[in-house]
Design a protein around this ligand. Structure first.
Ligand code: ZN
Length: 412
């Protein structure tokens, strides 16, 4: 039976969001949390963007070291052969790519302004797939941007050409969030049946349907006989109204009425990491989690009215679909209300050793402590907000990787 795989695109679609961004260390932490959660793949960045190069290389090194394992790290580029070449020049050990090009007549006319025909779109894509294959890419996903407004027959032709040239998946991008669960089900099923290749759902929330569409699209793909992939972002952060929220997709796939009896998530997803990953992304992006967000919102397990409170106290299942502990909630949180020593860009060695000592990190020498402190200062310069414990521990454990992440090389 085909399964549903999760590809998180926080480090691509999430950071592309207007007014938001992440530091390279924060992006790395996101990859680490996604890996711990059991997410299949992280679209971890932009291999043709120069300021990403060292971050991408450092994360591939972490994969090599077994720190980012088994998660698959995949880069997003345009489906243009020269972009594939640039990607391999800047990040020679990249092994997984997603190649994207617009497929709808709206975008072919409205973006390329008559310079490209439908045939040109397919040619550009297959040239890029060929280049990626010849340069050693292990898996290739091909994206049809604005696929939901693309003529279905053309999209099938596009997918078949991709498959013929050795692509592994077709990403169906509902770029504008235009689909609804009924239309996306039919389309995903038709694509799976006619192309005979796994289909990836990339859904946006412009009509409030990103999670519902992802689930319906996955069902259509599996009913069409193929493995389904769903693109998510943490807390649904993404362009405009956002993407399908990672935790909500997992909840919908595993807890909604009858769905998991036939349609299952691949691998083992640790739902209990939800609370941690949602809180970190909220902090790193500087975007609060809405109180009514599924699973991780402050009100997700709060009851006030008499009938509900009485009912949930008698039996939580009266008013709760799943337990807060399933999401990793329930541990008390300690907030410092007295003296606080913080490690930052102007910290000295004594305060830093105090902060690290509280986390039971002891340095073998003053030199080692100074070296890690220097990296922490730079990390704080980069993110402009206090580092969380996991970030400090990461820098202390992998100083060489941290140094690479914190090195930005401008154009010569
Ligand atoms: Zn998107």
């Amino acid at each position: 039976m085909p399964k549903i795989h999760l590809i998180d695109v926080t480090n691509r679609d999430g950071v592309q969001t207007a007014k938001l961004g992440l530091s390279k260390l924060e992006k790395t932490m996101i990859n680490i949390y996604l890996n711990e959660m059991g997410v299949f793949q992280s679209e971890f960045g932009f291999p043709t963007t120069r300021h990403e190069s060292l971050y991408l290389q450092a994360n591939l090194k972490l994969a090599e070291m077994g720190v980012l394992k088994p998660i698959r790290l995949e880069g997003w580029i345009r489906a243009i052969a020269s972009d594939v070449e640039t990607a391999f020049k800047l990040v020679p050990n990249i092994r997984h790519l997603n190649l994207s090009i617009s497929t709808s007549d709206q975008m072919i006319g409205g973006k390329f302004l008559g310079r490209k025909s439908r045939d040109d779109i397919i040619n550009s894509m297959v040239e890029a797939v060929d280049a990626a294959r010849s340069l050693g890419t292990e898996t290739i996903g091909v994206s049809g941007e604005d696929a939901s407004r693309t003529d279905l027959d053309f999209l099938i032709k596009f997918g078949l050409a991709a498959k013929e040239h050795g692509a592994d998946r077709l990403r169906y991008c509902d770029t504008l969030g235009y689909d609804n669960p009924f239309t996306i089900y039919e389309t995903a099923r038709a694509l799976a049946e006619n192309i005979g290749m796994p289909i990836e759902q990339h859904c946006h929330g412009d009509l409030g349907l990103a999670v519902a569409n992802s689930i319906a699209g996955a069902k259509g793909t599996i009913d069409g006989g193929q493995d389904a992939y769903i693109n998510t972002t943490i807390n649904g952060i993404g362009e405009r109204a956002g993407n399908a929220d990672l935790v909500a997709v997992i909840l919908a796939a595993t807890k909604s009425k009858g769905f998991a009896e036939k349609y299952q998530l691949a691998g083992s997803i640790n739902l209990s990491n939800s609370w941690e990953i949602a809180r970190f992304a909220s902090y790193a992006f500087g975007v609060p989690i809405p109180i009514n967000q599924p699973g991780v919102g402050a009100n997700a397990f709060a009851h006030a009215s008499g009938i509900h409170a009485d009912g949930v106290l008698k039996d939580p299942e009266n008013y709760e679909l799943y337990n807060f502990k399933d999401l990793g909630r329930g541990e008390p949180r300690f907030v410092e209300t007295g003296r606080e020593i913080i490690a930052g860009q102007y910290s000295g060695i004594s305060g830093f050793r105090h902060v690290m000592g509280k986390m039971k990190v002891l340095f073998s020498s003053k030199e080692e402590a100074s070296e890690v402190l220097e990296l922490v200062r730079y990390a704080n310069v980069e993110s402009q907000k206090p580092l969380v414990e996991d970030q400090l521990l990461f820098i202390a454990k992998y100083p060489k990787i941290a140094k690479k992440l914190l090195t930005l090389t401008p154009l010569k």
